[in-house]
Write a protein that binds this ligand. Structure first.
Ligand code: GDP
Length: 463
């Protein structure tokens, strides 16, 4: 879809609602609105100042009214996309919305692709790439943490930091160029950076980048979520814990061992991150065929997990089976959940030592009573909950940014080595230049059309 071409979409969700909003953007927006809309007070929509809500009638190509609506015209560049934009707020019925949208298409607009409005906002310089991506995240945010992270990035928290790093590097590059161009005046005794100013600018930029990189663990745990399994022997309280975490009675809790025969899944916000939670059948010996399938699936889930919540019954010693399983858990973050803390403790000192040895953290809980506070603190600390402030820090959440920033940090570390050992200025300059390009790319400069298409294809139509 070429920029400027006039496109339209229903921006509100499909279904019945009080109001539906149809959005139009592009050079032909005035023409489309002029054809479909007649203000109730007579005259043209464009007799009124832009950004005024105007009530009137929406007509089809045959001139017959399809609905009464409020229309707002935003004259570019003072609009979301930077182009001329029209918003038609019509009645939110499925048939009404379809008729109004149909009239807009008949009047000359083309249906917009996914993320088309935000893509144009980015291309027209109304927002940076991270602000555009964060806007998409904000729209789909379904947990408080996802909302906080996306809100801050949409407000430019990440972009401002990226800009300050590139500015630092640009100024270091200017100094390096001067050293290369006028070596005699600026360099004494073969040292390219006698005052260490360039070196400290490069070092400062690398440290900022590393600070941003350190937020990835939390950022991705919030946005992508952490594949988490709850596992353990029969009757230790896995289903009760699943219910305590999800706040719903999805998993059946009974006193008969082996009641959870399949894998239940749920996304929950817990400990400041998003857990993609599976409650699995016990990993013990299955007593029938159906249960055997459940146990097999549980094994697979456990192997792919990023976080394992291994539940134990704290009112009794570990069984031989449990001790064996503890030694053979796959590579992942592991928390031992010592359940039934309302009962008298029954674990041996040796059990506790084994757990301390094999797990990243241990948390005592009472799953039946819904007390999972220690577990929440353990999850939060494993995913840097205390170290990263989602509303203030420049947080990254995607592998693409992490990869670009990691490369930039490595290039700068090499440039620092050259600068501090009096190596060739042009080599340091080339490294800094490449690093600056990588950093700028994380916020959209020079990013390829393929990557942009990939990013915006994840948006919904109408955003
Ligand atoms: P699962 O087989 O591991 O999924 O265990 P369940 O969640 O079905 O629980 C097994 C039994 O332990 C049930 O009778 C639960 O009520 C009981 N139980 C679970 N959590 C607790 C707890 O925190 N304290 C006590 N006293 N009993 C619990």
């Amino acid at each position: 879809m070429s920029i400027g071409e006039t496109v339209a979409a229903v921006s509100t969700p499909r279904g019945t609602g009080g109001v539906a909003v149809i959005r139009i953007t592009g050079d032909g927006t005035r023409g489309v609105l002029g054809r479909v809309f007649s203000p109730a007070g007579g005259g043209s929509l464009f007799d009124r100042p832009p950004r005024t809500a105007v009530y009137g009638e929406v007509k089809g190509a045959d001139g017959i009214a399809v609905d009464r609506a409020v229309v707002t015209f935003f004259e570019g560049p003072h609009s979301f996309t930077g182009e001329d934009v029209g918003e038609i707020s019509c009645h939110g019925g499925v048939a009404v919305t379809a008729s109004v949208f149909g009239a807009v298409l008949e009047a000359g607009a083309t249906p917009a692709g996914p993320g088309e409005f935000t893509r144009r906002a980015f291309i027209n310089g109304k927002m940076t790439l991270s602000e555009a991506e964060a806007t998409g995240l904000l729209i789909s945010a379904d947990t408080p943490e996802r909302m906080k992270l996306a809100g801050a990035a949409a407000d430019g928290t990440l972009s401002r930091t990226i800009t300050s790093v590139t500015a630092k590097l640009t100024s270091a590059l200017a100094s390096l160029c001067a050293v290369i161009d006028y070596p005699d005046e600026l360099v004494e005794d073969g040292e390219i950076d006698p005052e260490g100013e360039i070196l400290s600018a490069v070092c400062g930029a690398r440290e900022r980048i590393e600070k941003i990189l350190s937020t990835y663990k939390r950022g991705s745990a919030v946005v992508s979520g952490v594949r988490t399994v709850i596992c353990g022997a029969p009757n230790v309280g896995k289903s009760s814990l699943f219910n305590a975490l999800t706040g719903e009675d999805d998993a059946i809790v009974t006193e008969i061992a082996g009641t959870t025969r399949d894998v239940l899944k749920k996304t929950v916000s817990f400990g400041g991150v998003t857990l993609l939670l599976s409650d699995t059948a016990g990993l013990g010996d299955p007593s029938d065929k159906v249960e055997a399938i459940g146990v097999e699936r549980a094994k697979k889930e456990t192997e792919n997990a990023e976080l394992i919540l291994a539940v134990f019954d704290g009112s009794r010693p570990l069984t031989e089976d449990e001790k064996k399983t503890v030694g053979a858990l796959p590579e992942a973050a592991k928390i031992a959940v010592i359940n039934k803390k309302d009962l008298a403790p029954g674990m041996t000192e040796a059990d506790k030592r084994l757990i301390e040895d094999r797990f990243d953290a241990a948390a005592s809980v009472c799953a039946k009573g819904g007390d999972a506070e220690e577990l929440e603190a353990a999850v939060s600390s494993l995913f840097d909950g205390g170290a990263v402030d989602l509303t203030r820090d420049p947080v990254i959440w995607d592998a693409r940014r992490r990869a670009d920033l990691s490369v930039a940090a490595e290039l700068l570390a090499r440039a620092e080595e050259i600068l501090s050992s009096g190596g060739p200025a042009d080599a340091a300059c080339a490294l800094c230049e490449e690093a600056e390009g990588r950093v700028a790319m994380t916020d959209g400069r020079g990013v390829s059309e393929e990557i942009l298409s990939e990013i915006f294809s994840r948006f919904c139509v109408g955003k």
